[in-house]
Design a protein around this ligand. Structure first.
Ligand SMILES: [Zn+2]
Ligand SMILES: [Zn+2]
Length: 380
C-alpha cells in the first residue's frame, strides 16, 4: 500500500496533471476505475492546484466545448441513433503520455486519446440521445483536435425497387459527360454526367432529394436498350444511398417519375449480396433481309429449351437458357419473336450475326435485324 501511494505522490509532485489525466494515470495503481473525480480526490489529497497546465493534455478537456459545438451543429442535419467516434490528436500528446507511463512503469491503462474520446462520446450521447457503438454505427464522427474540425459521415443505406419504362428513347444509365469524361466541367455543371435524361438520373434525383444524400449507385438486375419498354411488374434494382443525412424519411412504395414508374420500393437494412439470377419475358421485332415464310419460322421452335453458348470469349458456356418461344409473322420481311429466357442474354447478339449459338440469323439462313425489343416481364 505504501509504495502505491509513494508512486502516486511522486508522479503528482513532479508533474502538473489535470483531474482527468490524474484519474487515468493513477487508476491502476490505486485499483479504481479512471475518472475525473478520482483525479480530483488525489490532487486535493496532495494539495495540488488543478489550475496549472496539464503536462500531458495541456488542459484539452477544458476546450472540448468548441469541438463539441462543431459536432452538435453538423450532426443536427443527420438522422442517427448510434455513432462511432474517431479522434485525431497531435502526436506529442501521445508521446508525453507514453513517456510518463514508461517512466513510472504504468501499464494497462487507457491512453490519452481513449480518455478524450470517452469524455467526448459521453457528452455527444447525452446531448443527441444516441449511443456510441463500434460495429456498424449510423454515423461516423471524426474529430480533429489539430484544427478543431470534424467530419461526419453517415452509413450507406439500400433501397430495393422495380421500374416500369413506359416511354422509348430513354437510356437506362446516365452517361459520363462527353466533354470531361466524368471529371466535371462547365458543360456538365461540374456534375461529371451527361445532361440527358436517364432512368438512373431519375431514380438518383428522387433518392438524393428524399434522403439528402451525396450520391446514389444503382445495381441493375439486367438492362435494356434505350428504345426498349419495360412492362409487367418492372425490372428490379438495388440502390445504394451514399452518406444519407435523412435516413429515417418514410419511403412510399410507389413513385411516378414521368415515363418511369417505380414500385415495390422499400428500404433494406443490409446490402444484398452478389448477383441475382432472373428470367425475362421479351418481345422482339425483327426485320429480315430476304422475305420470310411462316413455314420457315417454324425452325425457331428449336430455340425452346436451348442452351446459349457464347463463342466470343474462351468458348465459354454461359449456362443461360431459353425456356419458351413464340413467333408471329408481321409482314413479308418482318416477324415478332417472343422469348422467355434467362436474364443477361444479349438480345441483339441472339438475333443478328454473332458468336452466340444458337443464332436466329443462322437458324433461318436469313440476315435478321433486331428493330426493337420490349420487356414484358422480369422474374426474379
Ligand atoms: Zn490532462
Ligand atoms: Zn463535363
Amino acid at each position: 500500500m505504501k509504495s502505491q501511494s509513494d508512486t502516486v505522490s511522486k508522479i503528482l509532485k513532479n508533474y502538473d496533471l489535470c483531474e482527468y489525466c490524474t484519474g487515468r494515470i493513477i487508476s491502476k495503481i490505486v485499483g479504481k476505475p479512471s475518472s475525473k473525480f478520482l483525479g480530483k480526490k488525489y490532487l486535493k489529497k496532495l494539495g495540488k492546484s488543478d489550475h496549472k497546465t496539464c503536462y500531458i493534455c495541456k488542459n484539452i478537456f477544458d476546450s472540448l466545448e468548441f469541438v463539441l459545438s462543431n459536432i452538435f451543429e453538423k450532426s443536427s442535419h443527420f438522422d442517427f441513433k448510434t455513432f462511432h467516434l474517431g479522434i485525431t490528436l497531435k502526436p506529442s500528446f501521445l508521446e508525453r503520455d507514453d513517456y510518463l507511463k514508461s517512466k513510472f512503469k504504468i501499464k494497462g491503462i487507457e491512453n490519452i486519446k481513449f480518455g478524450i474520446a470517452k469524455e467526448l462520446a459521453k457528452k455527444i450521447s447525452r446531448r443527441t440521445n444516441s449511443k456510441r457503438i463500434t460495429d456498424d454505427p449510423d454515423l461516423f464522427i471524426q474529430a480533429n483536435f489539430k484544427d478543431e474540425s470534424c467530419i461526419l459521415r453517415a452509413k450507406p443505406m439500400f433501397v430495393y425497387g422495380r421500374y416500369n419504362k413506359k416511354i422509348r428513347k430513354l437510356p437506362q444509365k446516365q452517361g459520363l459527360c462527353r466533354s470531361c469524361n466524368g471529371i466535371g466541367c462547365h458543360n456538365c455543371d461540374f456534375k461529371g454526367i451527361e445532361n440527358l435524361q436517364s432512368i438512373e438520373g431519375k431514380i438518383s434525383n428522387l433518392f438524393i432529394k428524399k434522403f439528402d444524400c451525396n450520391q446514389v449507385k444503382i445495381n441493375w438486375i439486367g438492362g435494356e436498350d434505350q428504345s426498349s419498354l419495360v412492362l409487367g411488374k418492372g425490372r428490379p434494382f438495388f440502390a445504394k444511398i451514399l452518406n444519407p443525412k435523412r435516413r429515417n424519411r418514410i419511403l412510399r412504395k410507389t413513385s411516378d417519375l414521368e415515363g418511369v414508374y417505380l414500385s415495390e420500393l422499400k428500404k433494406l437494412s443490409i446490402q444484398p449480396k452478389g448477383s441475382i439470377p432472373f428470367k425475362s419475358e421479351v418481345s422482339i421485332t425483327i426485320d429480315t433481309k430476304k422475305p420470310i415464310s411462316s413455314n420457315q419460322l417454324k425452325k425457331l421452335k428449336i430455340l425452346e429449351n436451348a442452351k446459349i453458348q457464347d463463342f466470343s470469349r474462351d468458348k465459354r458456356n454461359t449456362n443461360k437458357r431459353i425456356y419458351k418461344v413464340g413467333y408471329k409473322k408481321l409482314g413479308k420481311t418482318s416477324f415478332i419473336l417472343d422469348l422467355f429466357a434467362d436474364g443477361g442474354i444479349s438480345i441483339k447478339s441472339l438475333i443478328q450475326q454473332s458468336d452466340l449459338v444458337p443464332n436466329v440469323s443462322e437458324l433461318l439462313e436469313n440476315q435478321c435485324e433486331c428493330k426493337k425489343f420490349d420487356f414484358k416481364n422480369i422474374v426474379v
